[in-house]
Design a protein around this ligand. Sequence first.
Ligand code: SF4
Length: 388
Amino acid sequence: MTAQLPIRDRADACPGALQTHSAADGELARVRIPGGLLTADRLRVLAAAARELGDGALELTSRGNLQLRGLAPGAEAELGERLAAAGLLPSATHERIRNVLASTLSGRTAGGVLDVTPWVAALDAGLCADPALAELPGRYLATLDDGRRDVAGLGGDVGLVALDAGTVALTLAGAGSGLRAGPDDAVDLALAATRAFLAERTAQASSAWRLAELDEGPARVVDRVSASMRVPRAEVAGLPRVQVPPPAGVVPQTDGRTALVVVVPLGRLTAEQAELLAATSAGTLQVTPGRAVAVPDLPDGSAAADLTAAGLVLDPASPWLRVTACAGRPGCAKSLADVRSDAVRAVADGTLPAGGARQHWAGCARRCGRPRGEVVDVVATPAGYALS
Ligand code: SF4
């Protein structure tokens, strides 16, 4: 089967912390946070950088990364120094490829069959340790799913899904590959598949950004991995592709403690809100692909009131769980509207154009940042917003 997917005719200019993107409101830096896992001290470093170098806020991305906007030209050098000093930039050469999503609150809440948290550091270290992998496109994505399928359906190029306590499945381009490993060998399998993706991309002389864009990409990767290492195989059929909505609000942990999963409206976390989250935490936090921050290991949920008062969302019924938006004006020169202000107004007025449906507001037809799955597009046009 040949993939019917875009032919890439421009270089991969995916922004990083050092290779910033020039937006209409200044330079944009994207800081990779593998697994979304952060210490409170590192979040404070990022909040201070946003306030002192950027526009005063951190943007949460759908890959659990954090962006700073409005940087002055040249500010990326100081940002890089701050990030490196805080341990947030372990490899200048590999920083853009460290895109790793992990199940939210893995090992702490019910539903998963394995704790994938140790895989995050192991996979990140393995990616950064291989000089050749610096050539991966900045869109490369790995997903590490503890069995709940909360990230396996998010379209990773390479992914691991725990099937039971002793069996892990490899996914390629978001679908089952038939390759299996034990938990101790799973990260090595993911790294082998990642190398095979890059080797196949090179063999096809392709500039593809994603594995799914290569001719027979997943099948070729399976062949390459199978030729290089002994890997158990199983029928591909039967690996579910369901996507579990991210939790929000007060979440009980299996050890009796409590996690708060805090949704950040439109993914824009002010420096003050970030510092409040750091102060609330027991020392660790996790940015989720649902543009939320999980704060685990709390004695109870009593901090929820202060977080809500600061403009963060813990109500699972809040409209902010179903509204997303691109940068819009003034950050993007292509935008026909200030979509974020318009979305905020519609939420406040109760006039969301797509009612109770998930909806993504965009300033033009490119619809940047559109979440996967069933979403109504609310797109700015010269004649106002159009729904599709
Ligand atoms: S969807 Fe259009 S307006 Fe919005 S960020 Fe992308 S290019 Fe800019």
